[in-house]
Design a protein around this ligand. Structure first.
Ligand code: NVH
Length: 340
């Protein structure tokens, strides 16, 4: 299903795969040995990719929230399409690669014992080198605000409005009695091909209720993804600000404890990459189905029928809210009179 949200979810997994393949092994070795074995080039490349992945993840989650916010809270203001989603994804990667260049510039591997530089990798560390003390403070404050604090605040506001719209507001064009009636009937009957005008309108209201139900499911899943992301990135983000901005761990005796906390928080960001598909599996029946279809049988070929079904759904997804179609409240009142 090539929906806007699904495009962004695939992009989120690309960032997860990138960080898991490249940064996780390096982080593992560094956390255990406290040594950088991979040379000066990788000392620039690996942290650069790590920061790109953080930026891509947070921008992608922001685009998902923005798309849902427009679709649910302001359906007439902005039309999101799969094509626009693809363009946004390209922009996300380009912006992330550009804004993280300073990270690659400041990373350098250096030896703690200069006389051993050409003899062994032991006592080599990969760290940031800044000209003056104020630069890392400014940079890491901005890094925290741009990659964590600001996007998270905006997304929380967006999802509060989305929840209010989906759970607290009555579906336009349906009375509460009608809504309850349809709910009890599960809106399961298919639209009759030659139904009269009233039946067509009732089916529109029914489609509206079905759409709200589907949107609630999707919103719940996306909020779970965002919640887990916020939780997994919180420790490293806070520790990083404490270390780089406030210099908290410079004069500390408890080195082991500090290392343990950093190791734990590194693992949390990698655990987040593994958590996303698990969340999709638990909270999306469609994901489970499509995942099984994609991985259970490689000889599986799409029949023309299925291709058609997928196309139809794609075009429906990108359409405006059905609520814009239901605008005659009098007619709907009449429908409810007949249904109840
Ligand atoms: C750059 C790092 C340093 C900490 C976050 C992810 C994250 C950090 C963070 C938040 C294993 C700017 C700010 C950085 C690093 C970096 C080696 C590697 C990585 F969401 F990862 F606060 N924080 N040395 N953090 N970095 O740990 O350069 O990416 O080789 O990739 S960083 S490594």
């Amino acid at each position: 299903m090539r929906t806007v949200t699904n495009y962004f979810i695939v992009n989120l997994s690309l960032a997860d795969v990138l960080v898991t393949i490249i940064c996780l092994p390096a982080s593992l070795v560094v956390d255990i040995t406290e040594t950088w074995f991979f040379g000066s080039t990788l000392c620039k490349v690996v942290p650069y990719l790590q920061t790109i992945s953080v930026s891509v993840s947070v921008l992608t989650l922001s685009c998902i929230a923005q798309d849902r916010w427009y679709a649910i809270c302001h359906p007439l203001l902005f039309k999101s399409t799969a094509k626009r989603a693809r363009k946004s994804i390209v922009v996300i990667w380009v912006v992330s690669c550009v804004i993280m260049i300073p990270q690659a510039v400041v990373m350098e591997s250096s030896s703690l014992l200069p006389e051993l530089t050409n003899k062994t990798s032991l006592f080599t560390v990969c760290d940031e080198h800044w000209g003056a003390e104020i630069y890392p403070k400014v940079y890491h404050t901005c890094f925290f605000i741009i990659t964590y604090f600001a996007p998270l605040c905006l997304m929380i506001l967006a999802y509060i409005q989305i929840c209010h719209k989906l759970w607290c507001q009555q579906i336009p064009g349906s009375t509460s009695v009608l809504q309850r009636k349809w709910r009890s009937m599960q809106c399961s009957a298919s639209t009759p091909a030659h139904g009269g005008p009233v039946r067509v309108r009732t089916s529109t209201v029914c489609a509206e209720i079905k759409q709200v139900r589907a949107r609630r499911k999707t919103a719940s899943m996306l909020m779970a993804v965002l919640f887990v992301f916020a939780l997994c990135y919180l420790p490293i983000s806070v520790l990083n600000v404490m270390k780089r901005v406030f210099g908290t761990f410079k004069k500390i005796n408890d080195r082991e404890k500090v290392y343990a906390w950093f190791t734990f928080s590194h693992w949390l960001i990698y655990a987040n990459s593994a958590a996303n598909p698990i969340i999709y599996n638990f909270l999306s029946g469609k994901f489970r189905k499509e995942f099984k279809a994609a991985f259970s049988c490689h000889c599986y070929t799409k029949s023309p029928n299925q291709t058609k079904r997928i196309r139809t759904r794609t075009s429906t997804e990108s359409r405006k809210s059905l609520s814009t179609q239901v605008n005659n409240m009098d007619n709907v009142s009449r429908i409810s009179d007949q249904v109840v």
